[in-house]
Ligand binder design. Sequence first.
Ligand code: 5RP
Length: 236
Amino acid sequence: MTTSPTSAARPPLSQDELKTLVGQAALQYVVPGEIVGVGTGSTVNKFIDALASMKDQIKGAVSSSLASTERLQALGITVFDSNEVDNISVYIDGADEIDGAGNMVKGGGAALTREKIVAAQSARFVCIADESKLVQTLGKFPLPVEVVPMAAQRIIKQFAAQGGQGVVRLKDGKPLVTDNGQWIVDITGLLITNPLAFEAEVSQWPGVVTVGVFAYQRAQVCLLGTAGGVKTLTFE
Ligand code: 5RP
């Protein structure tokens, strides 16, 4: 086998570079003259940075977290309250896991509730992720669930009855408090074979604010950063 000097000399793209690639690629889905829905996380930060180049062509953004709002505003992009906006044509966000049908696990950045709200308001969800996020079945990444604090231990027991192990997410030794004043429990040991049924069931447990399975608000498109460049997966 012979290898060309160019391919031998080029080191594989880092995860950070893959995130930059998909963040930039997502610009093609932004509709000029409209408001764009913006998610949260390190991949979305790359998208926000790229969006700055288009800031004069859009009306502004609806944001899914205080962190994204700060970043958008720092770049001069107007952020609207979701209640001021009727419909959003596209929502761009990352994921902790995505399967072959566009179902996702989200909430690694603790922003899942606002992410689901903005996604529900949007006609189309474009997920941006590096290829490590693509899975056959959801459940490899700990499942984030935002809960009312007084229900945390009971919800952990409900997951234990289904074979999952739960812990309250901590920050600086104390329960992490979300933008909505709630806690996150992270659940491991679950294999989510029917994401729609799972999301519907867990969403009804008392004290659950939002479960991190996005099946009702699944992605229609995923821009996946791979060694060979950006791969577009469509699930429409
Ligand atoms: C935040 C999220 C993020 O989209 C998810 O955690 C992926 O983040 P990153 O792009 O940093 O890997 O759901 O709540």
